[in-house]
Design a protein around this ligand. Structure first.
Ligand SMILES: *[C@@H]1O[C@H](CO)[C@@H](O)[C@H](O)[C@H]1NC(C)=O
Ligand SMILES: *[C@@H]1O[C@H](CO)[C@@H](O)[C@H](O)[C@H]1NC(C)=O
Ligand SMILES: *[C@@H]1O[C@H](CO)[C@@H](O)[C@H](O)[C@H]1NC(C)=O
Ligand SMILES: *[C@@H]1O[C@H](CO)[C@@H](O)[C@H](O)[C@H]1NC(C)=O
Ligand SMILES: *[C@@H]1O[C@H](CO)[C@@H](O)[C@H](O)[C@H]1NC(C)=O
Length: 220
């Protein structure tokens, strides 16, 4: 039994975390922040078929509502929101048969005039990450200041900033501001890529993890 556990741990360590998802929720355009009036398309992608998945969300007003139920336009396993409003801010995920869930994404819609375009999905340790600070009306290359956990980290002349080879210490709450235009909302950047994250992810999404654990054990 101990041998099996060890093998299992080694196996998990060698797997990219996202394999634990049975479906991916993809966001297009890929951003965690949007302006009021923006369009977004959310889709559930699964290996064999995308049939039967629904997009759901939690907002500050309502929990676990389904696309089409007062918000969004559903189509197969995708959901479009044509004119987003600040009340569309919330956590979005995919569900199948009211149980299995995908990754979750946290989207923020602002009535303000500046957004931070940051990765909507967790980034893998070692990847490069580019953040873009944008205004609603002007070209997206104005000088911008970037903040992490409330402290100024960089001022960039062209509104974008690249963090090279991200590590755990880059995880945090980011925002930006453009002089004369204002400040963006804050968004979390999550860095993933080790066993611990996988296990945390698993215990969080336990219903699908059971299936994956079974798959992994069946391999031995
Ligand atoms: C989910 O996304 C990951 C990373 O982009 C990819 O490797 C995986 O194949 C995707 N899974 C599905 C079911 O599309
Ligand atoms: C949605 O909200 C409900 C009720 O507050 C909570 O139990 C559930 O965990 C939330 N789901 C997500 C994915 O945040
Ligand atoms: C949602 O948007 C995508 C991309 O623009 C489009 O291909 C798809 O047909 C749209 N679906 C619905 C239900 O409007
Ligand atoms: C949906 O879930 C119910 C209750 O867990 C189960 O009995 C049923 O077989 C499931 N259907 C599918 C298509 O997985
Ligand atoms: C979603 O993002 C907002 C803004 O960053 C944050 O206040 C909130 O706690 C996040 N919610 C979850 C469940 O991560």
């Amino acid at each position: 039994m101990e041998d099996t556990s060890l093998l299992f741990l080694l196996f998990l360590t060698s797997m990219p975390c996202r394999i634990t998802n049975q479906a991916n929720l993809t966001v297009s355009p890929s951003s965690s922040q949007f302006f009021e009036g923006d369009f977004v398309s959310l889709s559930c992608e699964e290996d064999d078929s995308s049939a039967g998945w629904t997009v759901r969300r939690n907002t500050s007003k309502q929990q676990r509502t389904q696309c089409g139920d007062g918000w969004g336009k559903p189509d197969d396993s995708s959901c479009n929101i044509t004119m987003m409003v600040p009340h569309d801010s919330g956590i979005y995920w995919c569900e199948f048969n009211q149980s299995t869930i995908s990754n979750m994404v946290n989207l923020t819609v602002t009535g303000g005039s500046v957004i931070l375009q940051s990765p909507v999905l967790p980034v893998m340790e070692g990847d490069d990450v580019t953040l873009l600070c944008k205004t609603k009306t002007t070209p997206s290359n104005l000088p911008a200041a970037f903040y992490k956990d409330g402290s100024l980290i960089r001022k960039q002349p062209t509104g974008h900033m690249t963090i090279q080879h991200v590590s755990r210490s880059d995880e945090g709450l980011y925002k930006c501001d453009i002089s004369g235009h204002g400040e963006s909302p804050s968004s979390w950047i999550t860095v993933t890529g080790d066993t611990l994250t996988c296990l945390c992810f698993c215990s969080f999404q336990h219903s699908q993890c059971d299936d994956n654990l079974m798959t992994v054990f069946a391999l031995f």
